[in-house]
Design a binder for this molecule. Sequence first.
Ligand SMILES: [Zn+2]
Length: 299
Amino acid sequence: MKKVLGIDIGGTKISFGLMNDEGELLKTTKKSTELNREDILDTIIEGIKEFKNENPIAISISVAGFVDTNQGKILVSPNIKGFWGFHLKESLERVIDIPVFVANDANMAALAEKWIGSAKEFDNFVMLTMGTGLGGAVYDSRTGFLEGSTFQGSELGHIIMYPDGRDCGCGQKGCAEKYIAGSSLSANYKELTGKELQGPEIISILEKDENAKEALKKVSRDLAIYLSTIKNIFDPQAVIIGGGFSETSEYWLENTIEEYIKICNRPGDMKIMTGKFLNDAGIIGACRNAFINMDKKDA
Ligand SMILES: [Zn+2]
């Protein structure tokens, strides 16, 4: 049975998962890392060594940012400075003798949801990953992922929502990622109170703290405005919301959908739902990507 090793480079940790060609995750592990190029590379290589005896036929990496999937090169990396213009595939293939694939994390999450998750039934959908940042993927069964002319398309987190708004790691100001990602709840709360609280803490005080409620309401409303833009550009069958923040959807999703229906000119039948996979979406999608690419090579 063929096996591949999927690797998901997250905010402060790197996840590894070995998968067979029937889609079963056989073994997973996580490693902490500092957010710089050398530490990340060392951690990846260390992790790969641990799976060596399993004989994976390929390594497939899911990473945030704009990725040239042909070259396995990261073009823009809002969260990891040393990754701008970095040839990740080439660097790894110098020390590893199996093929390496690199792709954008939101696309990989979408691939996982399309394969065996919430988007299984849809031929045309948009994936949003609300984590530290806001990732986006646009998928159509006939054409695959929208990558644009220079692999910088469907970066939905960098649509400007508030001109001259909060500074974004991409160089712009007021990007959607600064208002409707997991970290936005903390940012909203800080604007209201001057206090720094993490997202989960704010969720836990919703009942007794008006500012916490207000901070969450703003994320929810900004998401509704944003969904109306998504509907008008892509007209998808569904928007699938994944990433860590989707775990708290019971506190805001209903409100977001109500607001979206009020705001949007033609809300239509566009489904708005959470993804099936939270932490494993990147790994599962990356593994699926490796199998698809290896099949192309064999053909
Ligand atoms: Zn941005």
